[in-house]
Design a protein around this ligand. Structure first.
Ligand code: T4K
Length: 412
């Protein structure tokens, strides 16, 4: 639990003590009931069943499929491998259209198997792939669209499906952020040909490391299961090319335990989001992203945009000043996949044209939430942000004069 130091007279960047004694992370894991987890591990050790589609993995798959209201769930070792196997099961090749504003794993999962990610711009408000910009990027080499339910907000699946159908393309969703989310009453999991969840430690629901492919298509599910297990369809019968993408029993035990606390965590995330909404309302130039109240949301990311002119500091300056306080805000997914190696070395003729992506990359700031964060922390953080911005010119000068902690470092 982050501990507060005495009330801050001076922001740390101006020489005061860091406000939070313990770092306040974006992505500190939610941890389920220890006794129940340890009991599951005891059983696992007693039965010596550690991997290869054991009972915990089967149970976990059933629970994910039920929650996402989808026919098949194949639990895998992480979200990145799930994306790779999903893309391969769909026989994606050549070029696939995707947003550049996402975690780099989305692009790497394609590039790792020789598929060229073609970056499409996003809607500047929702941060999601802009369907109006997709068709212009389709070429004879395009085989699919990989959209991302970024921050847990469902991508415009209906419009993307129409485009995919019109051009004979496969449609897959990176739902790494969106477990438990819904759009128009339909749960994330059943959109497109298949969807991919991540259950990484930093996610709303975690298995420490883990992921899953979910689909309503029987044949695709069979293919994914084969591919994730070296192509084995029997004890010693290999039917196809495969790799090892299996989730192990330890991870599934963690997942089953996480499931038991899911609704409680959701309530915490909602409570925290309301608190952030309240405390950020009077902060000049810092605007919390909105969401559709009719949709289910897991609120695992608290995302805002910083308007440098109104705030008096730009996003990077504000993030640096907050990090000096041990409030470890993040600027996910800066600078955008298209400006990262290897993608920045192979732009199309004329370069990438992604103005909305680049604007959002320069403004987004993600703030801590989850069960490790209290309402009191958030209220303190709001006051702190106002104090920092009240002294923006001094903070800017101080930032220019000192070495600011790098991402991941905490000031002690
Ligand atoms: N698609 C999308 C859209 C994704 O966002 C991701 C992953 C994927 C695909 C791929 O899924 P996986 O293959 O990962 O299943 C994190 C995660 O590693 C990554 O899973 C996640 N997205 C991405 C958005 O965030 P970092 O660079 O933020 O990790 P890190 O180590 O800085 O952790 C964040 C904070 O959480 C740290 O400040 C400390 C805290 N933390 C982290 C871990 C792992 C803990 O307190 N305990 C922990 O065990 O990437």
């Amino acid at each position: 639990m982050p501990m507060l130091t005495a009330s801050p007279a001076t922001p740390a960047i101006l020489g005061g003590r860091p406000h939070f004694r313990q770092p306040l992370h974006v992505g500190a894991p939610n941890i389920g009931n220890r006794e129940r987890l340890l009991r599951r591990i005891e059983t696992m050790l007693d039965t010596r069943r550690l991997s290869n589609f054991g009972p915990y993995v089967r149970m976990f798959e059933d629970m994910v499929a039920e929650r996402a209201r989808v026919k098949h769930c194949i639990a895998l070792c992480n979200g990145t491998v799930a994306l790779e196997i999903g893309a391969r099961a769909l026989d994606l090749q050549g070029e696939v259209i995707m947003p550049a504003f996402t975690f780099v794993a989305t692009a790497h999962a394609l590039a790792w198997q020789g598929i060229r990610p073609v970056f499409c711009d996003i809607d500047p408000v929702t941060h999601l792939l802009d369907p109006g910009k997709v068709e212009a990027l389709i070429t004879p080499r395009t085989t699919g669209i990989l959209a991302v339910h970024l921050w847990g907000r469902p991508a415009p699946a209906g419009r993307l499906q129409e485009i995919a159908d019109r051009h004979g393309l496969k449609l897959m969703f990176d739902a790494a952020h969106a477990f438990g989310c819904s759009k128009g009453g339909k749960m994330v999991g059943g959109f497109g040909d298949l969807e991919v969840f991540s259950f990484h430690a930093t996610k709303f629901m975690n298995t420490a490391e883990g992921g899953a492919v979910v689909t309503n298509d029987d044949e695709l599910a069979r293919k994914v299961r084969l591919m994730a297990n070296f192509g084995f369809s029997g004890l010693d019968r290999v039917e196809a090319l495969g790799i090892n993408g299996k989730m192990n029993e330890l991870a599934a035990a963690m997942g089953l335990t996480s499931f038991e606390s899911l609704d409680q965590w959701l309530a915490v995330n909602r409570r925290n989001m309301e608190a952030w909404k309240r405390v950020l309302a009077p902060v000049p130039g810092v605007t919390l992203n909105t969401w559709d109240e009719d949709d289910d949301h897991n609120h695992q990311y608290v995302v805002c945009e910083v308007d440098a002119e109104q705030a008096g500091l730009d996003r990077d300056e504000l993030v640096a000043a907050l990090r000096a306080e041990n409030l470890l805000a993040r600027r996910y997914f800066y600078p955008g996949c298209h400006r990262m190696p290897p993608y920045r070395f192979s732009p199309p003729a004329g370069g990438w044209h992604l103005p909305a992506t680049e604007r959002v990359c320069d403004r987004v700031m993600v703030l801590p939430t989850g069960t490790a964060v209290t309402v009191e922390d958030i209220e303190q953080a709001g006051r702190l942000m106002r104090e920092i911005l009240d002294q923006a010119p001094k903070v800017r000068s101080a930032l220019q004069a000192v070495a600011v902690p790098e991402a991941g470092e905490a000031v002690r």
